[in-house]
Design a binder for this molecule. Structure first.
Ligand SMILES: NC(=O)c1ccc[n+]([C@@H]2O[C@H](COP(=O)([O-])OP(=O)(O)OC[C@H]3O[C@@H](n4cnc5c(N)ncnc54)[C@H](OP(=O)(O)O)[C@@H]3O)[C@@H](O)[C@H]2O)c1
Length: 294
């Protein structure tokens, strides 16, 4: 049952300055819920003024004690090394007993999700700690974020008309982070989602080339996709991206060639509204691909 929104107990959002957490904060505020946001750097957090900002570091468990006091549930984004996770999750379970965890679809038997991946190992480890802690949990497993395209291609599209990238025909079903956040907020607010384990994707299968075409159409520009070989991509990212991350992505993309991307209906099942399309995401994020005066 949803706890009455007038309840004074806040929801603690970790990763609140990140891509998903910031949107979870917005969703909770829109639902009228009190929000406490965790950050290591409150002076740089730039969160709405009605949010209670708490300072804490996931790698130093005792710094979380104040943030965890009196909270009703925690949205947990674990981007830190694993070492402190047992002590942190034990504290969360003891103080709130309710955790909504952002993870990934590493259990899904699709080649894209079954390549060697250090992050998948970390997610599996955190999930086990949450399960063993006895906390009432919900696991949210989004596939590729739509906003990854901004991180990957923003500079190339701002500065030119060609996206140089490997595996033009590798498919994903990119998910709009607003949908991830909406599912997370719904899970935090309504105990009907206790025990839920949700693989979330966008509504449509799109190749890399399709995604570039959609961004180009949205911007009203011609943008070419020039396919790089995996070795060209390694050279292209050398000194900029960690080699382990490059190999992880190349393995996942390579394995997905010729495989239809996984598409689930979980977002629309849970929210009762269709998942946002990549076209919608691109239309709402043109600034990511446009020079301020360009
Ligand atoms: N990108 C994808 O396609 C994808 C797909 C599925 C799952 N995921 C998962 O999504 C998660 C990342 O989410 P995101 O993109 O929203 O995060 P993000 O934008 O990378 O932001 C990271 C957040 O973590 C906080 N943080 C980092 N280290 C911390 C620490 N030691 N103590 C406290 N807070 C810390 C940061 O807060 P401060 O700096 O303010 O302290 C920041 O709010 C990862 O687990 C990733 O594996 C990503």
């Amino acid at each position: 049952m949803p706890e009455p929104l007038a309840s004074p107990r806040p929801l603690l959002v970790t990763g609140a300055t990140g891509r998903v957490g910031r949107l979870v904060v917005d969703e909770l505020l829109a639902a009228g819920a009190p929000v406490r946001a965790l950050t290591r750097r409150p002076e740089a957090a730039n969160l709405p003024s009605c949010v209670e900002v708490a300072t804490g570091d996931l790698t130093v468990p005792q710094t979380l004690d104040t943030a965890l006091t009196g909270v009703r549930a925690v949205f947990l984004v674990w981007t830190a090394p694993a070492a402190a996770a047992p002590a942190v999750i034990e504290r969360m379970a003891a103080r709130t007993g309710r955790v909504v965890l952002l993870s990934s679809p590493h259990r899904t038997p699709h080649p894209f999700f079954q390549q060697p991946n250090r992050l998948a190992d970390l997610h599996a480890h955190i999930e086990k700690l949450v399960a063993d802690s006895g906390a009432r949990s919900t696991i949210i497993r989004p596939g590729m974020f739509a906003s990854n395209t901004g991180m990957w291609w923003s500079a190339m599209i701002k500065d030119g008309d060609v996206v140089r990238w490997p595996y033009a025909n590798a498919e994903t079903a990119p998910i709009d982070e607003r949908d991830i956040a909406a599912v997370a907020a719904r899970s935090l607010l309504d105990d009907v989602h206790v025990g839920g384990d949700y693989v979330l994707t966008g509504p449509e299968r799109l190749t890399r080339a399709d995604q570039v075409r959609i961004i180009a159409e949205t911007l009203g520009r011609q943008i070419e996709f020039e396919e790089l070989s995996p070795d060209d991509f390694r050279r292209h990212t050398a000194g900029v991206w960690p080699p382990a991350a490059v190999e992880m992505l190349l393995a996942a993309w390579g394995a997905s060639i010729g495989q239809p991307a996984l598409v689930t209906s979980k977002v629309s099942d849970i929210l009762d509204t269709p998942a946002r399309t990549f076209k919608q995401w691109a239309a709402d994020h043109t600034a990511a691909f446009t020079r301020p005066h360009g």
